[in-house]
Design a binder for this molecule. Sequence first.
Ligand code: INI
Length: 166
Amino acid sequence: MPKVTSATPDADGLAVAIAVARFNHYITSRLLEGAIEAFLDKGGSENDLHVVHVPGAFELPLAAKKLASSKKYAAVVCLGAVIRGDTPHFEYVCAETARGIMDASRKTDVPVAFGVLTTDTTEQALARISPRSNKGADAMLAALEMANVMKQLSGKGKVAKKRRKR
Ligand code: INI
């Protein structure tokens, strides 16, 4: 039988930080609502949440790295909305935000969820913040599941048997 590790997005007893971009606030505020609702719905306590506002998606990686490296949080959730305009700015903001968020996670060993919408139109962004399907909630669930996976992978499992030399 293979050894299997899997976890649920249970928030009971977990402290989580949310970094949220103010740019396109009418969308990111709904992502934030979705993320907080999901956290509470999974048994988290409001006192264990820390919400940090930053100007735009481009600033999310720095906030995420600072929060993750503090080791105060089991996970960090990044929320933003980048909507394509007529300039190449979109590509730069999207690419650096995604790379920076992944870097923050890899450098700190803390799960950092990517809840950043990158859409061509406002309509596409609005479709991702409906009560039926909210990407902020999805990002929170991914962060919680990964927080619990990381707990299990942090030395709580049995160590693999060493192979004997022949
Ligand atoms: N920031 C966003 O979060 N979304 C956008 O759509 C966006 N656009 O289109 O420019 C955006 N730009 C600002 C950027 O994130 C930084 O805040 C800014 O460049 C200052 O560093």
